[in-house]
Design a protein around this ligand. Structure first.
Ligand code: XMP
Length: 305
């Protein structure tokens, strides 16, 4: 287990050394990883840190407002790029292609903004399990800072690259970050797109954003899972009022895990599940069916794509 009193000064030193006199840009997502990196870098290089938040349009409900509130006083630059991401995703159904399209778009937008700031170094919140899964070729990992390969930075700084998630949370506590950041569930860089099977469209994003809001509201406080969310599986037949309809099928996923590499479904009582299902179908007219995902990882991944 990491020792914050040793790790924090060493990380600050590492960032100082790597940055020299240059400006360092960080893509802040509001998750614990990028927030810890930004906090460490703010201590190391102060005003030479340029934090940028890109609203991909694939974020959770209320997220952009929340981030603006929390990070307002470190001169956070907020970039609205939802339409650009939707356009880049049009017609793509293959999961890897989707991840690549989002990663590439992210880099374009980020590079564009970073250039304006004159930063030459990139700070990334990559953690140990991210590296293992990427190196093992399991998936293209998009860790909000994007894929550095083609980026025009002279240096990539990854101060938490050897930490597990629970260690990052411990460091967040030691750095006095707000508890809501310290205990935040992980949220994937590609956002709601990896919770939508098939093509990403505006309607699907709207439906899953609403369903995810309900799932988090009903499950987070009560069960404190490692992660929970809603996913959009596709269309199925249903009956609403007197009509047979073609409606969306929403899956509820709630898992416990240490590091995301393996996971077990949370045992949620049936009465709670049916209540959540009823809420989703009542509040989102185009949802016809709700299912609970009982699969551990492996064989299933936590996300759907
Ligand atoms: P999977 O779905 O591979 O996810 O079992 C394991 C953990 O990683 C998160 N995840 C991501 N996080 N960029 C991220 O920053 C990504 O591209 C990405 N894909 C999955 C996922 O939410 C889970 O916590």
């Amino acid at each position: 287990m990491v020792k914050p009193e040793k790790f924090i000064p060493a990380a600050i030193e590492e960032i100082k050394k790597a940055a020299g006199n240059e400006k360092v840009v960080v893509a802040l997502s509001g998750g614990v990883d990028s927030s810890v990196c930004a906090a460490l870098a703010a201590l190391a290089i102060g005003d030479r840190l340029v934090p940028i938040y890109i609203d991909t349009g694939l974020m959770r409900k209320g997220e952009t407002e929340r981030i603006k509130k929390i990070f307002g006083d470190i001169r956070l630059q907020v970039v609205e790029a939802g339409d650009e991401f939707l356009a880049a995703l049009a017609g793509i159904t293959d999961p890897e292609e989707k991840r690549k399209a989002i990663g590439e778009r992210f880099i374009r937008v980020f590079e564009r903004e970073a250039k304006k700031s004159g930063a030459t170094c990139l700070l990334q919140g990559t953690i140990y399990p991210d590296r293992i899964e990427s190196e093992g070729g399991i998936k293209s990992h998009h860790n909000v800072g994007g894929m550095p390969l083609k980026m025009a930075f002279t240096k990539i700084i990854e101060p938490i690259r050897d930490l597990y998630k629970d260690e990052v949370r411990e460091i967040a506590g030691a750095l006095n970050l707000p508890p809501e950041i310290q205990h935040r569930m992980p949220f994937p860089g590609p956002g709601l797109a990896v919770r939508i099977i098939g093509e990403v469209t505006r309607e699907k994003v709207e439906v899953i954003r609403e369903a995810n809001w309900i799932v988090e509201a009903e499950i987070v406080e009560q069960y404190r899972p490692w992660q929970c969310f809603a996913a959009l599986l596709g269309l199925g037949t249903g009956v609403k009022g007197d009509n047979r309809i073609h409606g969306w099928i929403v899956a509820i996923r709630a898992v416990n895990s240490r590091d995301g590499m393996t996971a077990d479904p949370v045992e949620i009582p049936f009465a709670d599940l049916t209540r959540i299902g009823s809420r989703i179908t009542a509040e989102i007219p185009r949802v016809a069916r709700v299912v609970y995902d009982v699969t551990p990882k492996p064989p299933a991944t936590i996300e759907y794509e």
